[in-house]
Design a protein around this ligand. Sequence first.
Ligand SMILES: Cc1cc2nc3c(=O)[nH]c(=O)nc-3n(C[C@H](O)[C@H](O)[C@H](O)COP(=O)(O)OP(=O)(O)OC[C@H]3O[C@@H](n4cnc5c(N)ncnc54)[C@H](O)[C@@H]3O)c2cc1C
Length: 372
Amino acid sequence: MTDVLTNSMTDAVTDAPTDVLIVGSGPTGLTLACDLALRGASVRLIDQRTEPHHESRGKGLQQSSLDIFEGLGVAESLTAIGYEEVVLRKYFDGEHINDTPVAGTGILIGQWQIEGALRERLAGLGVTIEYGARLAGITQDATGVRAELANGSVIEARYLAGCDGGRSTTRKLLGIPFEGSTEEETAMVVGDVRAPGLSRDHWHQWFTSEGGGTMLCPMPGTDTFQLQASPETDEHGEQLPPSLESFQRLFDRHARMPEIRLTDATWLSTWRVNARVAGRMREGRVFLAGDAAHVHPIAGGLGMNTGISDAAALARTLGAALGGEAGEEVLDAYEAERLPVVTEVVADTSRRYERVVEAVRTPGRGIEAGLE
Ligand SMILES: Cc1cc2nc3c(=O)[nH]c(=O)nc-3n(C[C@H](O)[C@H](O)[C@H](O)COP(=O)(O)OP(=O)(O)OC[C@H]3O[C@@H](n4cnc5c(N)ncnc54)[C@H](O)[C@@H]3O)c2cc1C
């Protein structure tokens, strides 16, 4: 093994090597952990967070992901909560124009609820997530991987899966390029809010002739809405950061419903247009999956779903490798299957995003343009 670890780090190894160390407990890492544990592999799952988040984020869980979850035993608890049909209510300059039902593509449900169901399943399989554990270094040889954590401890594993999101430490440590583009400006502010008095029967989408808009999507199993809006700018044209006050001003400008006051912003964030794919999804015994390997526009709702499909494919490859057939051909199967798919997803979602941006200028059109 390449000896770049200090003696003290070597001393910090306390446990027997695990089959697979998974870095990141988002939907990708959790799906992979459940699948591998069900295959009888020993897994450790670390996350730099100190606790789970409670954010709606990716809210469109597609049928392909539900099929994977069915096999893992987590689909039922999610379909019990999620909406199978959602009605997009489109407004233009404050006027209600039309409603478009969208169904048959999966369910609408908060990402935190998806992650919660996977965590519960994982706990039932005897795997505990190790929070507050940040990956900081990787070395590997022909027999295994040594992961150095920021706290100085070391985890040894036969394989490592970097499911650590768009800013992936794993990808950077391996020096794998993340090719593509990132727009400088924020495209959207996003968050979770309450909007007492606003109907929860529709995903409200207000667009205006001056450009820009605000959308409020009722999140199942909660009394909150996910807000997505074009960012507010100050008198110099500088974008303002997301805040409850800014959300209210955007809502007032686009929805023109003075009686509705937004409250309880439990999540505030921004979203930029990124379209990038990792140059490789494997380096020796280390693999990349999910946002760590691809980031793209959210039009069409494919980000989390693509990561879940990556996880299922990686579990098949690692299952075969751990079963004794760990030749290059077996290890290469994952990248051979997924790299062409994710490359096409990035191109496809970029086209979908352009279609949505164009469509919402027409009264009565909304994000369904990204689903066509
Ligand atoms: C507003 C919005 C709407 C969206 N809508 C959709 C949608 O409808 N459908 C869809 O499919 N997708 C959607 N997405 C995208 C989706 O949220 C992401 O694609 C998804 O979260 C990616 O999952 P992941 O597990 O790959 O990465 P992440 O969810 O980013 O998880 C990565 C994890 O790795 C951890 N981590 C990072 N670095 C380290 C380290 N060095 N050591 C240890 N741990 C580390 C992080 O703490 C994090 O928990 C949306 C996103 C947003 C913001």
